[in-house]
Design a protein. Structure first.
Length: 178
């Protein structure tokens, strides 16, 4: 059995750990219902010099969305419901139980990312090699917003700017998502 692809997952762990990125991604998830994996996928694809078309995003979303809808989001909802305990049940037991759901949710995200990576590498058309830039990353994120029929207002722009800064921490200066 071949090893599962890990490039996307490894990129995600690094990006998610950068200052402000996790809250920005979760903010877009919670306020607009966007998929964190798809947001990070846009950044990862750009880091590999890949511009994503609406058709590309539709192909990736068709692989990821059923799993997110049927498995990951229900686990997240249950994990969040258990936060804060369930009096009069023992709080420490409920928290340990909740932690198990958290681990399952993370593993579910990992499984989705493996499938998304396979789709990009095997199904999506190969693009000409393009350098990874903030502009390419911005274009991919804008394409995802358009795919989801979401508007980019001031609040979303600020969160996307934080994500861009996480993608390019070595670049000096301030990014503005426009």
């Amino acid at each position: 059995m071949a090893a599962a692809p890990q490039a996307f997952w490894n990129f995600s762990l690094v990006l998610y750990g950068r200052p402000g990125v996790a809250p920005a991604l979760l903010g877009l998830q919670d306020s607009l219902g966007l998929d964190v994996n798809m947001l990070v996928f846009c950044c990862w694809a750009a880091s590999r010099g890949r511009a994503l078309s609406p058709a590309d995003l539709a192909v990736v979303d068709a692989v990821a969305e059923p799993w997110q809808a049927e498995v990951v989001r229900p686990l997240r909802a249950l994990r969040r419901r258990l936060k804060g305990g369930f009096p009069p049940l023992p709080a420490e037991r409920v928290e340990a139980y909740r932690k198990g759901f958290s681990e399952l949710e993370i593993e579910g995200e990992h499984i989705a990312q493996e499938a998304m990576e396979v789709v990009m590498e095997s199904t999506l058309p190969k693009a000409a090699s393009t350098p990874a830039t903030a502009e390419l990353t911005s274009a991919n994120l804008k394409a995802y917003f358009a795919h989801e029929h979401k508007e980019i207002g001031a609040a979303e722009s600020a969160l996307l700017t934080t994500i861009l800064q996480g993608c390019f921490p070595e670049e000096k200066g301030t990014f503005y998502f426009s």
